[in-house]
Design a protein around this ligand. Structure first.
Ligand code: UGA
Length: 439
């Protein structure tokens, strides 16, 4: 089948490459000339394991092309996907200007019937607005094209996006007609293996499903983080409580890991956008207000630990941070807890050194010279008074503890991701803190 993907950001690029990999002919459209020519040469602008190889392979085999020309992109396409950004506006609402502009361009350029699918995360009602815009552009051109409209949310996680796309738990589609449903089932059933994991519903339900999924996951995380605070003062171990509740099949074990809060481009933005769009219809989501509040204060938990150990004045301290990206296997720094930690430490006068295996360049753009950047994890420990583990990259999981102790001026380890064993750390002579576990 022929697919046009408008937008080659994270979602558009992964979706376009994976649809080409599963045998479709995909034309990706972006307004960025340099980005398109780099992509046509197999250069990938983001870090996502496996994506570079997949893009080059499909480009070489002629199934994946990048263009700035939307007329060429939509020519003869069975599907036109809209996968442009919906960044948060100043009030937390999703900025839909890119989506609406793409809808106008689609209405101005399509010449044959097609199925227009919104893939960007958008508030309830947006896809039907996209439909009206396309209709009115077609009317202006005097064309009566029988196009369909649909919404198909993405559930990709950064770092494992290709696996998530190629082997999805489920695919959700929001449609108005049987014809649109059948086309999307044909496109996605090779990935799900059968039709049973494709959940078809009306468009508003599908739009809300996307926000609800992310908001539910964010809620689980903030709930566990708040529970961890109670564990800290009641001799309970949040990791045991997690196992205890996660084994209840009604709850399930995943996304219950306590830590220093959720970050990234999705959970924070989608929680805000859901609060905003529901408030506009008169429904106040108080639960999400609390989810957001807990998350904000959770990010700087290691700084509070350090003040408990060293007192309020941190100006004499050198602090090393391991891991800067918002989670492992990505260079994405958006809403990363490490940024808040580094800012609060430097504001308190501490010297901060940092190392991340992949996200250093992006970190520099945000933190600038306020932080010293090292070439490896051990180098930044020399003479440091404290280590904060902010991101649980695999290479930090089993470090050489003796080497760490020998290098550090004080053996303080603040584990924001509950990676190390508290008893073992105590035996080894570290002053160790972790989230919601007994000291
Ligand atoms: C999230 C969703 O998991 C995807 O399904 C969705 O498609 C995506 O947002 C999106 O809307 O585009 P992502 O932001 O890549 O994916 O990252 P996650 O793996 O979900 O992690 C989000 C944050 O939660 C990270 O900061 C992570 O450290 C934190 N987290 C996750 C926890 O603190 N505890 C957990 O148990 C799990």
């Amino acid at each position: 089948m022929k697919v046009c993907m408008v937008g080659t950001g994270y979602v558009g690029l992964v979706t376009g490459a994976c649809l080409a990999e599963s045998g479709n002919y995909v034309r990706c459209v972006d307004i960025d000339v340099e980005k398109c020519s780099a992509l046509n040469n197999g250069e990938i602008p983001i870090y996502e394991p496996g994506l570079d190889v997949m893009v080059s392979r499909n480009a070489k085999q002629g199934r994946l092309k990048f263009t700035t020309d939307i007329s060429y992109g939509v020519e003869g396409a069975d599907f036109v996907f809209i996968a442009v950004g919906t960044p948060p506006g100043p009030d937390g609402s999703a900025d839909l200007s890119f989506v609406m502009e793409v809808a106008r361009q689609i209405g101005r350029t399509i010449t044959t019937p097609t199925l227009v699918v919104t893939k960007s995360t958008v508030p309830v009602g947006t896809t039907l607005q996209v439909q009206s815009i396309i209709r009115s552009e077609l009317e202006d051109r005097g064309l009566d094209l029988d196009f369909d409209i649909a919404f198909c949310p993405e559930f990709l996680r950064e770092g494992s996006a290709i696996g998530d796309f190629m082997h999805p738990d489920r695919v959700v589609i929001g449609v108005e007609t049987d014809r649109a449903r059948e086309s999307l089932v044909r496109l996605f059933s090779p990935l799900t293996g059968d039709e049973n994991s494709i959940y078809s519903m009306n468009i508003p339900s599908a739009e809300l499903t996307k926000y609800a999924a992310n908001a539910m996951l964010a809620t689980r995380i903030s709930f566990m983080n708040e529970l961890a605070r109670f564990c800290e003062v009641s001799e309970a171990d949040v990791e045991d409580v997690k196992r205890g509740i996660g084994s209840d099949s009604r709850i399930g074990p995943r996304f219950l890991n306590p830590g220093i809060g959720y970050g990234g481009s999705c959970f924070p933005k989608d929680v805000k956008a859901l609060m905003d769009s529901s408030a506009k219809k008169g429904v106040k989501m108080s639960i999400l207000e609390a989810v957001e509040q807990v998350n904000l204060s959770q990010k700087t938990l290691p700084v509070r630990w350090l003040k408990e150990i060293e007192g309020e004045d941190l100006s004499h301290l050198t602090v090393a941070i391991w891991g800067l990206s918002f989670k492992p296997d990505t260079d994405d720094m958006r809403e990363a807890p490490s940024v808040e930690i580094a800012r609060e430490l430097t504001e308190s006068g501490a010297s901060v050194r940092a190392f991340d295996p992949v996200a250093m360049d992006k970190a520099r753009e945000i933190l600038g010279d306020s932080v010293t950047y090292g070439d490896d994890g051990y180098g930044i420990l020399e003479g440091a008074d404290c280590l904060i583990l902010a991101t649980e990259w695999a290479l930090f999981r089993e470090p050489d503890f003796q080497a760490m102790k020998d290098l550090m001026a004080k053996p303080i380890v603040l584990d924001g991701r509950n990676v190390y064993d508290p008893e073992e750390m105590e035996e080894k002579g570290f002053i160790y803190r972790s989230v919601g576990r007994p000291r």
